[in-house]
Every structure is written in structure tokens, then in C-alpha cells.
Design a protein around this ligand. Structure first.
Ligand code: ACO
Ligand code: ZN
Length: 494
């Protein structure tokens, strides 16, 4: 926040016509006080300008703030006295909002755009869509052909997984009225096949602007955070109505009510592989339950900014977490996971729906993803880059999980102090080695003493950890997981 000096308002408003896309200037944030009184504003970039009801509106991105705070503002919130125009050599980038520096939290880039779902990219007709899908499949195949772990394809064998609840299998796709994913009209190009997910979603100004005002899902009304490629004709509506069980969307409450009368579902498709108390997890296959998977990705994209969403959900499994009550199994969150990951990712995208956030469900989803990795006998890591909230949640999970092990450790017979290798921490937790090392380093636990590395836990850390763990009430209990991992490499096809 920056302090502004007092000046006349009329001078500010006079220069409003000079505000163009790509320029930067102080803007009063939605949650801020009136800057005319408090003098507080935040540097923002103008992403887009529109005329509505003969009033100009400006879509602004606050520099150094997450994009979920981006918003349409009217001219009285702009302070044109300190306007910065885009440099001439950046002019073309400026109109697409690319002026804004992008922070990557982990610094890691991806070898491919792998997050499942729907692409906000440019498709101009069904044939292009088919070509795109084919291209993605080819690319995926090429990638896997290069993977060392590739085994010769075998006949598809059906691995029977125990299921607690009923299995709807692929029946959800047969519900009829399939919504065709939207076709963007803006001039666009085909998506990149490799490269950072973060950069990719920035390519088009249109995907930088939130396009949905509100969604209603079950008993919640939720304000979207980011762009999601829902059909253009419904993006103008004040609210869209989503069936919380099959995730189909409707343009009015009346239409949704009609849908609910026919909708046979009270839970996500797939197999219920975990149930403890009111919490369940359903595993579904992005190939067998394509429509549900695509609708889930469309919904998730409203709250996930840094992932590129693709039409091709076939290579992914989806783990949907629900809370049960007398009305059914209500979706709380989910994560997706590649059937085969050459980078040892055990999560592609992870989401807790906003009404359920900050209650420990995110950590529960993460704990579940590592529980699956333990059953597979592997270590895993989330796909990079992580979002700001993703990084916070993972760091907190890694810290608590590793401290839990270290604190419980007892010295073996004849030893003065307990001993444990980093590999043993990885084996016990399924957390990938670099994440274990970064956690221990961030906690500043590693010391070098008399020629060896030692971990020192001070009393304050142990006490605060114990207090935090007492509050972490909901946990995954592996006794309730009924699941056998499949070896997708041996199956020949997904
Ligand atoms: N501000 C500050 N800290 C936060 C916030 C927030 N808004 N949200 C979560 N945290 C912290 C919590 O304090 C907690 O840490 P603590 O226990 O040490 O205090 C930790 O993150 C996890 O909190 P949970 O309540 O277990 O997590 P939640 O249910 O809120 O879900 C999640 C976390 C999944 C990241 C959620 O914020 C979300 O869905 N965000 C939008 C989508 C997203 O960014 N997903 C991750 C992308 S990365 C990837 O997909 C691999
Ligand atoms: Zn439905």
C-alpha cells in the first residue's frame, strides 16, 4: 500500500481518458477504505476496459497480489496522477496484460501441460477440437514411450477393487444432454504441448478475466476466483446452477430443479474406496466417467489459476471427497492423479471448495494422496508449480508429518540418541526426498556436528507441534481404505 498526497478529484477524473490497457496506476482495492479519506491505494495494471451503461469499467490486476483479487472497478477508484504507461517495446504485451510479472512459487517448470480437464485455449470448431485431442494423446504417448518404466503392453486385465458403496461406473456419461465445452471466439492459437503451466494460461487476455459472477452448488453460493471456459452464453448470467451430484450446470434455478427431478445420483460416480464417519472418497476414471470429470475440471478451474485445463481426462484418476448427510454425499473437494507419472507426481490438481476451506479438508486430501502412494509402495510429490495456497498447505502437511515421526522416534538398544535416515522418512511417509530435505531445511533442524548431520528439536517446536496436532481432528485412517493400486503401465491402455 502506498500513501497518496491530497489532490483535487476533478484533476484525476479529467485524465481518465488517458488510461489504456497495460498501464499501471494506484487503484483503491475493493476491501480498502476510501482512498480519498485514508489515502491508501495499491499499484495495479489495467487488463481490460469496457463501457457498460455509458460508464467506463476497468479490469485491474493488483501487482504482487494473487489474481483472485482482480476485479472490475469504476473510474473513481483510479488515481491517474501516478499513471505509468507501458514501454513502447512492451506495447503489444501490454494489451494482453502480460506486463504483470508472474511469480512462480517453486521456480519449477513442467515438462508438459498435464492437468486434466478443459483447455481455455482456442478452438474454432469440432474438427479442431478432435485434432487437439488427438495431438494431446499422441504427445502423451510419446512422453510415455520415452519413460524408462515402460513395460511391454499386456492384455487389459480387470483388477477388481473392493467398493464400499455402489459403483455407478460409466453410467453418468449416458445421461443424455451433454454440454459441449465452450468454444472461445477470440483469436487464439493452439495450446503449447510443453512448457510451464503458469505461462500457458497467461497467453490470452480473455483467460485473465473472471468470466463467471456466481455459482450455486448445493446449499452454497460461491463467487468464482478465476476464468473457467464455461459456454459464453451462460457467462453473462448473474448465477449458474450446478447439480452437486453429477456437476451438470444449468442457467436458472428452475432448470436445475427440473434436472434434479431426473438426476438419479446422490454421490459422485466411481467406487467409494474410503469411508470413515461422514467422510468418503470416490475414485473415478477420467476415461470411463468423462462427462463428470470434465464438469469437475470446469468447476475446479474457477478456483485454480495456474493450471491449464485440457479436454483429455483419460490419463487421470479423480479422487472426490464428500461429506455425507441425509440428502446425499456432498462434494467437498478432490484431487486428480495421473495414471502413470514419469515425474513421480501423486497429485495433479487439488482443490477444497471455498465453503469448506480452512477447516483441515485440504490437509485431509493431501494425507489421502500420500496414503495411496504408501499402498503403491512409492514416494510422490504434487505437480508443479504449486499455487500460493497449495504451497502453504503442502509445507504445513510436510512439516507436521515429519515432526510426528521425529518426535515419536525412540533410541534403539545400545544407542544414546535415536537414528533415522532421510530415506527412512521417505519410506514411512511416501513424501519425496527433495520435499523431506526442503522441509527439514526450512525448519532449520539440520546441523552439522563433529563430522555428521544431526537433527535438533527444541522444546518450543515440540510443544507447539503437539498443540497443533491436538487440533487436527480429522485424519485419514488407513484401516478404512479399500483399494488395490493398478499397474497402468502393464494395462496397455488407460
Ligand atoms: N490463508 C492463509 N493460510 C491458509 C489459507 C489462506 N487463505 N488457506 C489455507 N491455509 C493454510 C492453513 O492455515 C493450513 O495451515 P496450518 O494448518 O499450518 O494453519 C494449511 O494451509 C491447510 O489448510 P486446510 O484447511 O487443510 O486446507 P484447505 O481446505 O483450505 O485447502 C487448498 C487448501 C486445497 C490449497 C485450498 O486453499 C484450495 O483449494 N485452493 C484453491 C486451489 C489451489 O490453489 N489448489 C492447490 C494448487 S497446487 C496443485 O494443484 C498441485
Ligand atoms: Zn445431477
Amino acid at each position: 500500500m502506498k500513501k497518496m498526497s491530497e489532490d483535487s478529484n476533478s484533476a484525476i477524473l479529467d485524465s481518465i481518458s488517458s488510461v489504456t490497457e497495460g498501464c499501471r496506476l494506484p487503484v483503491l482495492m475493493n476491501n480498502g477504505d476510501d482512498w480519498r479519506k485514508s489515502g491508501c491505494s495499491t499499484l495495479a495494471e489495467i487488463i481490460s476496459i469496457k463501457d457498460s451503461d455509458s460508464k467506463k469499467q476497468f479490469y485491474v490486476h493488483y501487482i504482487d497480489y494473487n489474481k483472485r483479487l482482480d476485479e472490475w472497478v469504476e473510474e473513481d477508484r483510479l488515481d491517474t496522477r501516478k499513471i505509468q504507461y507501458p514501454r513502447r517495446d512492451l506495447a503489444s504485451a501490454a494489451t494482453t496484460g502480460l506486463n504483470t510479472p508472474k511469480k512462480t512459487l517453486t521456480g519449477a517448470t513442467n515438462s508438459r501441460p498435464s492437468s486434466p480437464g478443459l483447455t481455455p485455449d482456442p478452438i474454432t470448431g469440432p474438427s479442431v477440437l478432435a485434432a487437439l485431442q488427438q495431438k494431446q494423446q499422441k504427445n502423451r504417448k510419446r512422453k510415455l514411450d520415452h519413460s524408462e518404466s515402460k513395460s511391454p503392453p499386456a492384455q487389459e486385465e480387470e483388477v477388481r477393487r473392493p467398493s464400499i458403496g455402489s459403483s455407478i461406473g460409466s453410467s453418468i456419461g449416458g445421461l443424455g444432454d451433454i454440454e459441449i465445452p465452450p468454444l472461445l471466439t477470440q483469436q487464439q492459437s493452439l495450446p503449447r504441448q510443453t512448457g510451464s503451466l503458469a505461462t500457458h494460461s497467461d497467453d490470452h487476455a480473455i483467460t485473465r478475466i473472471k468470466n463467471m459472477k456466481m455459482i450455486e452448488l448445493g446449499k452454497y453460493r460461491i463467487k468464482p476466483w478465476y476464468f473457467s471456459p464455461y459456454p459464453q452464453e451462460i457467462t453473462n448470467l448473474d448465477c449458474i446452477y450446478i447439480c452437486e451430484f453429477c456437476l451438470k450446470y444449468r442457467k436458472s434455478r428452475k432448470c436445475l430443479e427440473r434436472h434434479l427431478q431426473k438426476c438419479p445420483f446422490k454421490h459422485p460416480p466411481g467406487n467409494e474406496i474410503y469411508r470413515k464417519g461422514s467422510v468418503s472418497f470416490f475414485e473415478l476414471d477420467g476415461r470411463k466417467n468423462k462427462l463428470y470429470a470434465q464438469n469437475l475440471c470446469l468447476l475446479a478451474k474457477l478456483f485454480l489459476d495456474h493450471k491449464t485445463l485440457y479436454y483429455d481426462t483419460d490419463p487421470f484418476l479423480f479422487y472426490v471427497m464428500t461429506e455425507y448427510d441425509a440428502r446425499g454425499y456432498h462434494i467437498v473437494g478432490y484431487f486428480s492423479k495421473e495414471k502413470e507419472s514419469s515425474e513421480d507426481y501423486n497429485v495433479a490438481c487439488i482443490l477444497t471448495l471455498p465453503p469448506y476451506q480452512r477447516k483441515g479438508y485440504g490437509k485431509l486430501l493431501i494425507e489421502f494422496s500420500y496414503e495411496l502412494s504408501k499402498f503403491e509402495g512409492k514416494t510422490g510429490s504434487p505437480e508443479k508449480p504449486l499455487s500460493d495456497l497449495g504451497l502453504l498447505s503442502y509445507r504445513s502437511y510436510w512439516k507436521q508429518t515429519i515432526l510426528e515421526i521425529l518426535i515419536a522416534l525412540k533410541p534403539q538398544e545400545g544407542q544414546e540418541k535415536p537414528q533415522l535416515t532421510i530415506n527412512e522418512i521417505c519410506e514411512q511417509t511416501s513424501i519425496k526426498k527433495e520435499d523431506v530435505i526442503s522441509t527439514l531445511t526450512n525448519l532449520e533442524l539440520i546441523n552439522y556436528y563433529r563430522g555428521q548431520y544431526i537433527l535438533t528439536l527444541n522444546k518450543d517446536l515440540v510443544d507447539s507441534h503437539k498443540k497443533i496436532m491436538e487440533k487436527r481432528k480429522i485424519r485419514i485412517d488407513s484401516k478404512y481404505l479399500h483399494w488395490t493400486p493398478k499397474d497402468w503401465a502393464k494395462r496397455g491402455k488407460w
